[in-house]
Write a protein that binds this ligand. Structure first.
Ligand SMILES: Cc1cc2nc3c(=O)[nH]c(=O)nc-3n(C[C@H](O)[C@H](O)[C@H](O)COP(=O)(O)O)c2cc1C
Length: 436
């Protein structure tokens, strides 16, 4: 029997695929489009859906907000937490992961929100831990500039200590709900945490009941050495974008070694790699679809605007038909930048945009019929050693048609090969992640 892979989907609360012929109209603000998306993924037995987030209106590309606003590129973007709850209300097994920044939320509020959503979803909530990566976002939170990466991770480590203490400030059996004795909560099972550290001072206890998972699932995407250590120490699932199978394997091996060094069982961490499969009735049709998508002007400018926003480097200043003039660095998303710039490859900027099977988001090229792509995904997992994939779309645009291609074409082809689950074994997201 082949080893099963975990499947998750990476999206955000922005307009769906609104410009293309099969778009839905670009008006998802009542949440219904994304609630249906969650139901579709539950039908396909995905582990989780993950909602990306940023806390600014981008204005790096071309030095203004115009491109982002006109094209609905990363803006408008609504808050993932209420959407996560709405998705949880219309599903019963799918895990729901929302991105929230340690820069934006005081730890007490974040722990309270996570606990509340985990109860509302009956134990299916996850938190994508980000430290934010843009000066533009920092300016919305009493700062002029983002702290340096080292400081952000140092603060995030203390932040995790605080939220973990808050989750533990109530014993699992603190709620006794004894009507005869007139006791709702046993006071001896609830404690203050009295945390006084370098960056945070929190008394506690939390004021919510222990949620079904006690704490949410932690998801993380650190790619720098410091980020990998952080993820290996705290995450239940790590998401990454690599260039090819060898890099995927090296990343996963590295994470597992770091986890073991931190005293954790590496099998507790599920490493998922971003992919953007292109599916067709025939291989020819899939290849044509891919070419059409990659050569559209929208695709080139959207990709450049998106990489500009997360690195705060204005890619509109570079010639599309020449290689980048120098190796670029950022205090923002360095992993995504390095994956994108492929320094030393000699590729022109235009070639960088189209290479890698969908620009910056695909770890391996997957173009073909559902059977061909499923076969290749199985081979890749075998070589990498696990644990699964995070399906996504270039610049995170999604249509119902594409969802159906994956849920009703690709996933059944994986299931037929024994590579994906055909039903959920558990109710809690944590248990489904640890099932295999
Ligand atoms: C697949 C993936 C998803 C990410 N999602 C978000 C997100 O939703 N919001 C965010 O601010 N950063 C996001 N990031 C950025 C990371 O959280 C992190 O800030 C970035 O990789 C820089 O950390 P590093 O310097 O350790 O690589 C994502 C990164 C990857 C690879």
């Amino acid at each position: 029997m082949p080893k099963k892979m975990h499947l998750a989907w990476f999206m955000n609360f922005t307009p769906d695929e609104w410009r293309e012929p099969f778009g839905q109209g670009g008006n998802p603000w009542d949440g219904r489009f994304y609630m249906e998306m969650a139901q579709t993924l539950e039908r396909a037995c995905f582990d989780y859906i993950m909602i990306e987030d940023k806390l600014m209106v981008p204005q790096t590309y071309g030095g203004s907000r115009d491109f982002a606003l006109k094209n609905a590129m990363m803006v408008p973007k609504h808050d993932p937490a209420p959407l996560a709850t709405a998705m949880g209300m219309v599903t019963s097994r799918l895990g729901i992961v929302a991105t929230m920044s340690t820069m934006a939320y005081p730890p007490f509020l974040l722990a309270r929100l996570c606990s509340t959503i985990d109860s509302l979803t009956r134990g299916r909530f996850g938190w994508n831990i980000v430290t934010s990566a843009e000066d533009l976002a920092a300016k919305n939170f009493n700062m002029d500039k983002l702290p340096l990466r080292e400081t952000r991770y140092e603060m995030a480590e203390e932040y995790m200590e605080v939220v973990n203490k808050l989750f533990d400030s109530w014993d699992k059996d603190a709620v006794v709900l004894d009507r005869e004795k007139g006791i709702y909560v046993d006071p001896s099972k609830v404690r203050t945490i009295d945390h006084v550290g370098k960056h945070y001072q929190v008394r506690g206890p939390l004021n919510t009941v222990p949620s079904p998972q006690h704490r949410p699932i932690y998801v993380q995407a650190g790619a720098s050495p410091r980020g990998r250590d952080f993820a290996a120490r705290f995450a239940d699932s790590i998401i990454s974008v690599a260039s090819g199978v060898a890099e995927m394997k090296a990343f996963r091996d590295d994470i597992r070694a770091r986890a073991a060094k931190a005293g954790r069982d590496p099998d507790e961490i599920k490493v998922l790699f971003c992919i953007t499969p292109t599916l067709g009735e025939t291989e020819f049709e899939a290849q044509e679809k891919y070419k059409r998508q990659m050569s559209s002007e929208y695709f080139i400018t959207d990709t450049l605007a998106s990489i500009s926003a997360i690195t705060e480097i204005d890619f509109s200043q570079f010639d599309l038909d020449k290689p980048l003039p120098e190796k670029l660095v950022t205090n923002g998303e360095s992993g995504s930048l390095d994956k994108f710039q492929q320094w030393g490859s000699g590729k022109t900027l235009r070639e960088l945009v189209v290479s890698g099977g969908g620009g910056l988001v695909s770890s391996v090229e997957l173009i073909g019929t559902p059977d061909q792509v499923a076969e290749r995904m199985g081979e890749v997992m075998e070589e990498v050693g696990g644990d699964g994939f995070l399906v996504t779309t270039p610049v995170l645009r999604v249509s119902r048609r594409y969802l159906a291609e994956v849920a009703d074409g690709l996933v059944p082809a994986l299931q037929k090969r024994g590579l994906a689950r055909t039903s959920y074994a558990h109710e809690l997201l944590r248990d489904n992640l640890r099932e295999f």
